[in-house]
Design a protein around this ligand. Structure first.
Ligand code: MAN
Length: 380
């Protein structure tokens, strides 16, 4: 049994222990997560809006990959028109790719703005911002810029992306980058797939997991002859916001669905769990960094270890979060108390995660594969 000491309040910006325990024999075990001293590394001030009369409200939740000798982030950029006094407005795309602006008076009693991410109106739910994806690259993984020679912006297209595209995971499979991302429209929220080899030409394969579904992370190799993914369906009635696994012969048609990770009542991941980026293959199993949120919408990151040969078997799961919102930029912003990741780079023992903080800025942190595995196997 372990006695859990609550995490110390951080004093500096450099390095803190985010999981800290005293075990029964009084030895101290911990998983060190080192935030980048430069955090946040990207804010909305760094990003030009895609339309002259729009503002960038959030830059968040990047997919991450290596290409052409550099580290790349596929940022989620959330925008809306400059807000007029007394009004709320947001963009919606028509099926033909043209944007139009919806606007309501703040005095309208049918308006519900209780969640900053959404606009409720007369029973319908819209998003308060529209997201697209934007490429930036870096030599050092800390200082990012838009590429000079590649198209940087990817917008939603068609009837299933009229309210935008979000939170893209980038997986490298069979020589091609596979982008699994959230497609949002008035019809619902589902998972789309795009593929590219050169980041110039994309094939759009459409919706691979229908509403309500998001947080789809592909395994980067076949297991027992099949492709696998983690995904997060949810709906009304029995069930919840749990992580599921599915198998596919071709990455487009998914079946053999199984629920593999539930929420834990009264824990930091009591209300929702969702996969981060592609699982990391280790000698002990597939290591997945996932997000969990509680009833206050406080989002933390934890880890789960899945069997190498049958990844539906959960071998171990974090008790305490690996990363939780403790700094100002993680606690306050567009939607505060959120750390959310869907992208990382693995280099030997080092995992560098890139994460959205407070749904507004982008940060980085490093942790050790061995350190996380040791903590999981100890039962921390
Ligand atoms: C959802 C997603 C994420 C977002 C979190 C926190 O899970 O839409 O994009 O970061 O909520 O708001």
């Amino acid at each position: 049994m372990s006695l859990i000491c609550r995490r110390p309040i951080p004093k500096g910006r450099l390095q803190i222990r985010t999981s800290f325990y005293l075990t029964a024999n009084q030895s101290v075990s911990q998983v060190m997560v080192e935030r980048f001293p430069q955090n946040p590394i990207l804010t909305k001030a760094d990003i030009r809006p895609s339309h002259p009369d729009w503002v960038v409200e959030c830059v968040l939740n990047p997919g991450v990959f290596r290409f052409d000798g550099k580290i790349w982030l596929l940022l989620r950029i959330a925008e809306r028109p400059v807000q007029r006094a007394g009004m709320v407005s947001f963009p919606v795309m028509n099926g033909d790719g043209k944007f139009h602006i919806m606007e309501f008076s703040l005095k309208d009693s049918l308006l519900d703005l209780s969640d900053s991410r959404m606009v409720g109106y007369n029973g319908a739910t819209y998003l308060s911002t529209m997201s697209h994806l934007r490429l930036v690259c870096s030599e050092d993984g800390v200082h990012f810029r838009e590429p000079e020679d590649l198209p940087a912006q990817i917008f939603g297209q068609g009837a299933l992306e009229t309210l935008g595209i979000e939170d893209c995971r980038v997986s490298f499979i069979d020589g091609a980058y596979h982008l699994t991302y959230t497609q949002v429209s008035e019809n619902g929220v589902g998972v789309g797939l795009m593929r590219t080899q050169d980041w110039r030409n994309f094939s759009r394969d459409g919706m691979i997991l229908p509403p309500h579904n998001k947080d789809c992370a592909l395994f980067e190799e076949k297991i027992g002859g099949r492709y696998y993914c983690l995904h997060r369906p949810s709906g009304l009635g029995p069930g919840g916001n749990f992580i599921w696994m599915a198998a596919s012969p071709d990455l487009q048609h998914w079946g053999r669905h199984q629920c593999i990770l539930n929420t834990r009542e009264k824990w930091w991941d009591s209300v929702r769990v969702g996969a981060g980026a592609s699982p990391i293959k280790t000698s002990e199993g597939w290591l997945e960094i996932y997000h969990g949120a509680d009833h206050r919408h406080r989002y933390c990151l934890g880890a789960v270890l899945l069997d190498l040969h049958d990844p539906s078997k959960v071998l171990a799961r974090s008790k305490d979060p690996l990363l939780e919102p403790v700094y100002d930029y993680e606690q306050s912003g567009f939607f505060g108390n959120v750390v959310f990741t869907n992208g990382h780079i693995v280099d030997g023992d080092a995992i560098t995660i890139y994460y959205g903080a407070s749904d507004e800025v982008i940060c980085g942190a490093t942790l050790s594969v061995e350190g996380v595995l040791a903590a999981l196997l100890r039962g921390d």
